[in-house]
Unconditional design. Structure first.
Length: 200
């Protein structure tokens, strides 16, 4: 069984409002991410919120997701992941790390990442896609961390973030090439949001 950890505790300082509540196709970003996870068959879903937790929960109703709050979101992404891991199912075989500001990732991409992990259950699975801007493959999200590597998430320096975990000498990486540019797309500024295609 896989548990999903959806990171939604960021301050959204450049956006000026909680990114989890930005709308796309009539639904908040966070709902698109969680709906894709439901569609991929991920039953244990943990959403990690930060200082805007009350505002987000006023604008979004979970549908089976657990919600937890990172009391110190300023400590960065790794601190939020730790809060999520603590709340995840203790019997989970792996943890899928997702970002709340990636509502446009195709549901099939989540399924593909899960399928790749099942082929290599002792690897950290990281999807990647071709980025034309610099003509290279770029890694994105969601990633899957096997339960055997859970402890690394609690050992690394907070300022190094998840990069410390994925680049630890003890881990093995399984890259997954996807034809889904959305795995490397997120929305940090109002300009990014204005460029979102498909209607809002």
């Amino acid at each position: 069984m896989i548990s999903a950890i959806v990171l939604a505790a960021g301050e959204s300082s450049r956006m000026g409002r909680p990114k989890a509540l930005l709308e796309w196709r009539g639904l908040p970003f966070i709902e698109h991410v969680c709906a894709a996870l439901r569609g991929a068959g991920v039953e244990d879903r943990v959403v990690v919120l930060g200082r805007a937790s009350s505002e987000i929960l006023s604008g979004w109703t979970p549908s089976g997701e657990k919600t937890v709050v990172n009391p110190r979101p300023e400590d960065g992404q790794l601190s939020s992941l730790r809060v999520g891991l603590e709340a995840a199912d203790p019997d989970a075989e792996a943890f899928m790390v997702c970002l709340a500001d990636q509502p446009t990732i195709a549901p099939d991409s989540y399924k593909a990442v899960i399928s790749r992990w099942r082929e290599a259950p002792d690897h950290i699975v990281i999807p990647r896609t071709f980025r034309a801007a610099d003509a290279r493959m770029k890694r994105g999200h969601p990633i899957i961390i096997p339960a055997a590597r859970r402890g690394l998430c609690f050992e690394g320096p907070l300022d190094k973030g998840l990069h410390w975990v994925t680049h630890h000498p003890s881990v093995k990486i399984a890259d997954l090439d996807l034809d889904d540019k959305e795995i490397i797309r997120d929305f940090d500024t109002p300009e990014d949001y204005d460029g979102l295609a498909g209607g809002r």
